[in-house]
Design a protein around this ligand. Structure first.
Ligand code: ASP
Ligand code: MG
Length: 607
């Protein structure tokens, strides 16, 4: 007997017939001897309809903050009705076939959230009522996407209804699973599972049997339509086993595994630290290849020979260059491969002006799923380092990790500074070792993000605090950035480049131009004609040559790589938007990720 949470999305419960089909699946699961808790979304497009209704009656004039707050409160009251319809109907349907069931909304269960309307995070879920209903042999049917706000004055739940933000019912399901210590949280949706890439572009994309939470989070742009990233964050922190399956099929779907157990606090389910871990790796040497021609194939010509010699390249950074037509590429490798790597790099005839090697470096990283969607974490890291007088030589980021290369002699000061601001334990062993033993494939999936634009800030004085100041400007405007890259040049200025959502581009540009003079940097150049392609796989940590293969696939097709950033389990490249789909196809092919039959494009992806 297992304790199973099953979550059914809006399309799975869109009408009475579908609700009956869901009922049958629940009944089968119970009859097989399991205890079942069900979490549901609103029927079909109900929530969209309610949002539209609200817009049709709500004020259109510019509002004060109080007016906005008041409207958000009623919005929650309105939207929470959607899920309430589904739980009542589904519970009745179960009762009608002789299956005892009870429907509960978020406040009846006590899914307690922060007092923040329309985007509340879950603090805790009271397990007692759910458990006693289960003991009575009932199926417990709970409304997803909603909760009840904590009354901060008394520390007890209030009577205020909150919602978690669109798509939040996945998050409800996993939070409930964590609270009642369920054996598995099954997410039923209209995709058969998680795919290796976007099937609209690569029809033979394949279903994955398994993926880790970290990989899933790094693949955010690929998986976000299927799973709310916040649900994966909870699963990861509490070791909840998740599974994504189709409501229409009996296929096993994709299992999302979480190796870490028990690092979360059940009293603050979603409001955990932004940063879970700080790690420093002194076993690093930095090699910078300066002013090489900016043309297709260069990255491949550099990293392929290194891969052939089994050099295990860690961070790779290629930023945007102020001088047209040339780029700097910098990378780090383990100390014991220095001689080999230096020899290979220096012998290459790729037109570099010089190659510099620095073995007095360390890589310091902060890791945490909490940084997704929270602007300002990077700025906080950079300003902590700046205040401690630590100069940042290189920056590379992914969705859940920010790494900086600094002087090794600054290591201890840097660690102390970060520990103070983020209040977390330090992991001195590199995170590499902790995942070394797993049997993960080097590339699990390939993601394409076309909604990004690139901003490059040029001639940034090379002194502590500059990256922090630049990022603070953006954090103040609530702009989230990713793929921040700072590469080192041999000049006394650096370029810092990053990607932002296209919709934030104009705002970001204005914010940065305003302070250009004060901060002493040069031009701010923007480009919305780019796309980001990434490979993600936990197995790339212990294999050399994975990035080189990605670059090689692009080189063979004459696709220019304009920016590179890496983390342990991800390599991202910026390419021209009109070459992005081709790039995705080539990379997917390079790593043999296609299956032998075409996947039917799931309807959630169709829009
Ligand atoms: N019904 C909510 C929405 O449409 C929550 C969910 O479906 O996950 O956003
Ligand atoms: Mg959903």
């Amino acid at each position: 007997m297992a304790l199973i949470v099953q979550k059914y999305g809006g399309s799975s419960v869109a009408d009475a017939d579908r609700i009956k089909a869901v009922r049958d699946r629940i009944k089968r699961t119970v009859d097989a001897g399991n205890q079942v808790v069900v979490v549901v979304s609103a029927m079909g497009k109900t929530t969209d309809g309610l949002v539209a209704l609200a817009e049709s009656v709500a004020a259109t004039h510019a509002q004060t903050l109080e007016e906005i707050d008041a409207k958000e409160r009623e919005t929650d009251l309105l939207l929470a009705t959607g899920e309430q319809v589904t739980i009542a109907l589904l519970s009745m349907a179960l009762q009608a076939v002789g299956q005892p069931a009870i429907a509960m909304n978020g406040s009846q269960v006590r899914v307690v959230t922060e007092p923040k309307h329309t985007r509340a995070r879950i603090l805790y879920v009271e397990p007692d009522q759910i458990k006693s209903a289960l003991t009575l042999g009932k199926v417990v049917v709970i409304a997803g996407f909603q909760g009840v706000a904590l009354d901060e004055a008394t520390g007890l739940p209030s009577t205020e209804i909150t919602t978690l933000g669109r798509g939040g019912s996945d998050t409800s399901a996993v939070a409930i699973a964590a609270a009642i210590e369920a054996d598995v949280c099954e997410i039923y949706t209209d995709v058969p599972g998680i795919l290796t890439t976007d099937p609209r572009i690569v029809p033979k994309a394949q279903m994955l049997d398994e993926i880790t939470c970290d990989e899933m989070l790094e693949l955010a742009s690929l998986g976000a339509k299927v799973l709310h990233p916040r649900s994966v964050e909870i699963a990861r922190n509490f070791g909840v086993k998740m599974c994504v399956r189709s409501s229409w099929l009996d296929d096993p779907g994709t299992v999302i595994t979480s190796p870490r157990i028990g690092i979360g606090d059940l009293k603050t389910l979603e409001v955990n630290r932004f940063v879970e871990n700080i790690s420093i790796d002194y076993d690093q040497v930095k090699i910078a290849v300066l002013q090489i021609p900016d043309r297709p194939g260069i990255a491949s010509q550099l990293f392929k020979p290194l891969a052939e010699q089994s050099v295990n390249v860690d961070l790779i950074i290629q930023a945007v260059q102020e001088t047209e037509g040339v780029n700097d590429i910098a990378f780090t490798i383990p100390q014991n491969q220095l001689q080999l790597a230096e020899l290979v790099t220096r012998s290459l005839e790729i037109g570099a002006s010089s190659v510099t090697v620095d073995s007095n470096v360390a890589k310091i990283s902060i890791i945490g799923v909490g940084m997704i969607g929270r602007p300002g974490v990077a700025a906080k890291m950079f300003s902590a380092l700046a205040e401690a007088g630590v100069n940042i030589q290189m920056i590379s980021t992914s969705e859940i990790k920010i790494s900086c290369v600094i002087a090794a002699t600054d290591g201890e000061v840097a660690i102390a500074a970060l520990q103070k601001v983020f209040d977390v334990p330090v992991q001195t062993a590199t995170s590499r070792e902790t995942i070394l033993n797993t049997q993960n494939p080097p590339v699990r999936g390939v993601a394409l993000d076309r909604n990004r634009a690139r901003i490059a800030v040029q001639k940034v004085p090379d002194r502590p605090g500059m990256a922090a100041k630049i990022l603070e400007q953006l954090a103040e405007q609530n702009i989230s950035l990713d793929m921040i890259v700072q590469s080192q040049s041999d000049r006394d200025v650096n370029e810092i480049a990053f990607t932002v959502a296209i919709t934030d581009l104009a705002k970001a540009e204005t914010a940065l131009k305003q302070v250009a003079n004060d901060l002493g940097y040069g031009e701010v150049s923007c480009d919305d004609d780019i796309s980001k392609v990434s490979i993600v796989g936990a197995g790339m940590i212990n294999q050399s040559g994975i990035a080189a293969r990605m670059f090689g696939a692009l080189a063979d097709a004459g696709i220019n790589i304009e920016m590179i950033a890496t983390s342990e389990i991800k390599v991202s490249c910026v390419v021209r938007d009109n070459q992005a789909e081709q790039a995705l196809k080539l990379i997917h092919q390079e790593f043999n990720l296609s299956g032998d039959r075409a996947i039917e494009v799931p309807s959630v992806l169709k829009k």
